[in-house]
Design a protein around this ligand. Structure first.
Ligand code: FAD
Ligand code: NAP
Length: 308
């Protein structure tokens, strides 16, 4: 029987774990299905976390978070949680392999995942020329031309990273204005080997057994153009990981927004007693490491209050 079960080992979950255990809660376990650190470990650089003036990779940035979080007694299990249900006053977590765990309270910090753009060939060539991680796959295209799809912070920041490795980066964006921060847009516009292809989308990606040969772009005025690039990086937003809150009857355990985010109040409380959510997967999340960590701390303090 756990006092607090934390689901997800990104900035929100790790911070929640540290606050809860440092605050004296004895039986706290964090379940993470992959490596600890969360999605920022895929980022080539982070430069907006207070107190870290030097730009570092996401992987380096998260290196010491688990060690610090576990110093006060947080336990960690590399397991995927499949479902969270509430039975009487207790939560029941179903884990991979059918195992189940009971907990008095739960903090859900499952974050978000890259969204697919939906063009022809995207799934077929995923991992063979289509990627959603420049840090992981950028090096395969050293000295070559690549395309980036999207106009948000992720697309532009990762395009800047790729521009250091690749001979040329085409940014394909469906509008002529960017969602990314103005400072990032400026950097992109000043990069000599980044070319903007605006008011356009990828219609299809084509290639063969060896991988991608290129993309067909369709402009908003329906004109088409081919780009012969072996690598396409898709950064068109994120979907929140809310599956574990789905119940057998198809409803969610707690109140959700129409976009599938968990509805919480300023204490990260859901409308179910003892259930908290923190980080990217809660409503109106700014989707920043600093806010995810802050949410995690708040959720842990609220869970402690609930247990008391
Ligand atoms: P996540 O980091 O998404 O962590 C969730 C964790 O939960 C993951 O490790 C996942 O494996 C785990 N998980 C999910 N489902 C389950 C399950 N069922 N069972 C067990 N474990 C599960 N933010 C910034 O502030 N600055 C930046 O420069 C910046 N750059 C970014 C660059 C990129 C490429 C990306 C993708 C994001 C960037 N962000 C940046 C955003 C930032 O990474 C997120 O806002 C932050 O990581 C959210 O933290 P989180 O803990 O809520 O979720
Ligand atoms: P985002 O801000 O939602 O941007 C997604 C981009 O993809 C938008 O430009 C969107 O176009 C485009 N798009 C969406 N669907 C598309 C489709 N089907 N085909 C083509 N284009 C499509 O997503 P994000 O860049 O991943 O960022 C997610 C969150 O993390 C944001 O809140 C962001 O600020 C944050 N983040 C922050 C940092 C940082 O602080 N440095 C870094 C990375 C991410 P439209 O603009 O036309 O909608």
């Amino acid at each position: 029987m756990l006092d607090i079960a934390i689901i997800g080992g990104g900035p929100a979950g790790l911070t929640a774990g540290m606050y809860a255990t440092r605050g004296g809660v004895k039986n706290v376990t964090l379940f993470e299905k992959g490596i600890l650190g969360g999605q920022i470990t895929q980022s080539s650089e982070i430069e907006n976390y207070p107190g870290y003036p030097n730009v570092v990779s996401g992987m380096d940035f998260m290196e010491h978070w688990p060690e610090q979080a576990m110093r006060f007694g947080l336990k960690h299990e590399t397991k995927e949680v499949l479902k969270v249900e509430k039975e009487n006053e207790l939560f029941n977590l179903t884990l991979t392999g059918g195992e189940s765990v009971k907990a008095k309270s739960v903090i859900v910090c499952t974050g978000s995942n890259p969204r697919s753009a939906g063009f022809e060939g995207e799934k077929e060539f995923f991992g063979r020329g289509v990627s959603s991680c420049a840090t992981c796959d950028g090096f395969f295209y050293k000295g070559k031309e690549v395309a980036v799809l999207g106009g948000g912070d992720t697309a532009l920041e990762e395009a800047l990273h790729l521009a250091k490795i690749c001979s040329k980066v085409y940014i394909i964006h469906r509008r002529d204005e960017f969602r990314a921060a103005p400072v990032t847009v400026e950097k992109v516009k000043k990069s000599p080997n980044i070319e903007l292809i605006l008011n356009a989308k990828i219609d299809r990606v084509f290639g063969g057994k060896m991988g991608v040969d290129g993309v067909e772009i369709i402009f908003n005025d329906k004109k088409k153009k081919e780009l012969l690039v072996p690598g396409i990086f898709v950064f068109v937003g994120m979907d929140v990981n809310n599956e574990i809150l789905k119940q057998n009857d198809g409803t969610f355990l707690c109140k959700m927004s129409k976009n599938g985010e968990v509805v919480v109040d300023l204490s990260m409380k859901t409308d179910v007693d003892g259930l908290f959510a923190a980080g990217d997967m809660r409503i109106q999340a700014p989707k920043q490491v600093v806010s995810a960590a802050g949410d995690g701390a708040i959720a842990a303090l609220s869970a402690m209050e609930f247990l008391n």
